[in-house]
Ligand binder design. Structure first.
Ligand code: NDP
Ligand code: BG6
Length: 501
């Protein structure tokens, strides 16, 4: 028998100290590093990229010798730029020291070779052997030209990696074009397409949960699972991003990427190993899931648009863009035959929530054993807010009754692991940028994954656009257009909601 380690002697799970010790012994950590952020004047750079780099810095996860160069077209003095970026950094003692490592260079465009030569001079002056990470926090329309300009102007030893932000195209054809134009400058190994959902704690947890627990691994198929429901809800609308959103809509913004990535991790076959060395096996297994999904049928979707969406001055008055979508698909593999996967995403809804619900089939015999109906078991993995895993389980109603009542077996990450601060539970971007620095690509989207995901949605998107399909209007702050009846028809039976106190 293996004795249990007393709680006080257990290392806190995945603690920053633990990962800092591992990372600081890796080769790249001894080499100088330059991070160049293209689109440094933008929203994403200020709100996500710089704060994530700051978090890596304060955790001792960046090399000792590092420099961050912001590049954009907007003219800014270095003081103004540092002031702008600094607004989004926590008021730590390290903030000033961090900002002193941040430079800003502006140019005419993302194809301005003279300006990029200035960036290269700054890199060479810092260190000709530095590793280089370029973060593309710019619209996808400028990806190809930026990659080409870097290729033509940036020199020196050390690796060069590029992080790309979504959207990667708007349909299969545009995605292929983008992939081809990037491939003219850089090979696939240098490109890290970020889907920040892959950096969320509970998404990273999926493989551990599935493959290290006998009772899940044995039940994870069509024999036991009745339906899978993936939900993304936001309580606010396009929030100043109406111009971008109207060209994309909820399917492209959330479902084709974030929810499909989560679906792949739920549905894929087990890899041999989970570490970085098996990265391509994980991605290959994910692609195999996508290959087994047929293009979504028009009959299998419900579309909605929130009331007031078109009041945004950047949205056309006659916009038919959907801000809500529920849809059903199947993964045609022996493991998943007949199991509906229902994906649901919406903006301006009643709450903020992203979760996975694995609904199990009815327990055999329960219908004639008990007088009252026996609800289905359900495994709920709550990605946000307040990460938790709970299993809806039937127990006897306490007291004289012998009838089943549903309760929850629960792991709340906050109370169990104290996972509420950024050290124990770093932001998704922080985790993913570290993965790029370590050269681990499993958590990024490979080009064939991307193409398969677009293949599944492109005919549907084209039809919706061609026929200008009008979504159902729903009031803000609600659950969206009525969809419970359809979702039940698709095979998911709504259980009572677990209310947190
Ligand atoms: P912005 O629209 O703020 O663009 C970032 C910067 O790129 C701008 O400051 C601007 O810098 C430059 N830029 C904008 N439009 C153009 C253009 N047409 N041609 C050339 N340069 C342009 O985007 P975000 O910062 O919000 O996001 C950056 C990327 O990340 C985008 O592709 C976005 O879709 C994606 N993304 C954003 C998220 C977010 O939460 N904001 C979430 C997920 C993905 P300058 O004019 O100074 O050069
Ligand atoms: C982005 C979408 O990719 O994800 C946004 O473009 C959305 O529309 C955001 O708000 C949601 O991310 P999170 O991490 O807050 O769930």
């Amino acid at each position: 028998l293996r004795p249990r380690t007393p709680p006080s002697e257990r290392a806190s799970p995945g603690s920053t100290d633990e990962i800092t010790a591992v990372v600081s012994s890796e080769d790249w950590h001894f080499a100088p590093l330059v991070i160049v952020i293209l689109g440094a004047s933008g929203d994403l750079a200020a709100k996500k990229t710089y704060p994530s780099l700051f978090s890596l810095y304060t955790s001792g996860l960046l090399p000792k010798q590092f420099k961050i160069i912001g590049y954009a077209r907007s003219p800014k003095t270095i003081e103004a730029f540092r002031g702008h970026v600094g607004k989004y950094l926590s008021n730590d003692n390290d903030k000033l020291r961090f900002l002193q490592n941040c430079e800003y260079i502006n140019g005419q465009s993302y194809g301005d070779e003279d300006a990029f030569r200035t960036v290269n001079e700054a890199i060479q002056n810092f260190s000709p052997v530095a590793n280089k990470l370029f973060y593309f926090a710019i619209p996808a329309s400028t990806f190809a030209v930026s990659a080409k300009t870097i290729k033509n102007t940036v020199s020196g030893e050390g690796w060069l990696r590029i992080i790309l932000e979504k959207p990667f195209g708007h349909d299969l054809e545009s995605c292929r074009k983008l992939t081809e134009s990037l491939a003219e400058s850089y090979n696939e190994e240098s490109l890290y397409r970020i889907d920040h959902y892959l950096g969320k704690e509970m998404v990273q947890n999926l493989m551990t949960l599935r493959f290290s627990n006998l009772y899940f691994s044995r039940l994870w198929d069509t024999q036991s699972i009745a339906a899978v429901l993936l939900t993304f809800k936001e309580p606010f609308g396009t929030d100043g991003r109406g111009g971008y959103f109207d060209k994309y809509g909820i399917i492209r913004d959330i479902i084709q990427n974030h929810l499909m990535q989560v679906l792949c991790l739920i549905a894929m076959e087990p890899p041999v190993k989970l570490d970085g060395s098996s990265s391509d096996q994980i991605r290959t297994n994910k692609v195999n899931v996508l290959k087994a999904i047929e293009a979504i049928k028009f009959e299998d979707i419900i579309l909605g648009q929130y009331e007031g969406y078109r009041d945004d001055p950047t949205v056309p008055d006659d916009s038919t863009t959907s801000t809500f979508c529920a849809l059903k698909l199947h993964v045609n593999t022996p493991r998943w035959e007949g199991v509906p996967f229902i994906l649901k995403a919406g903006k301006a809804l009643d709450e903020r929530k992203a979760e996975i619900r694995i609904q199990f089939k009815d327990a055999p015999g329960a219908s004639f054993m008990f007088d009252s109906p026996c609800p289905r078991n359900e495994l709920v993995i709550r990605l946000q807010p307040r990460e938790a895993i709970y299993i809806k389980t039937n127990v006897k109603t306490p007291g004289f009754s012998s009838q089943p009542v549903q309760s929850e077996l629960e792991v709340d990450y906050n109370t169990r692991f104290g996972a509420s601060d950024s050290k124990t539970n770093p932001d998704a971007y922080t985790r993913l940028i570290l993965e790029v620095l370590r050269g681990r690509s499993a958590g990024f989207v490979r080009k064939d994954e991307l193409e398969e995901a677009w293949r599944i949605f492109t005919p549907l998107l084209h039809r919706i656009e061609r026929e200008k399909v009008m979504p159902q209007i729903y009031p803000q702050g609600t659950r969206g257009p009525e969809h419970d009846v359809k979702v039940e028809e698709w095979g998911y039976l709504r259980n009572s909601e677990y209310v947190y106190y």
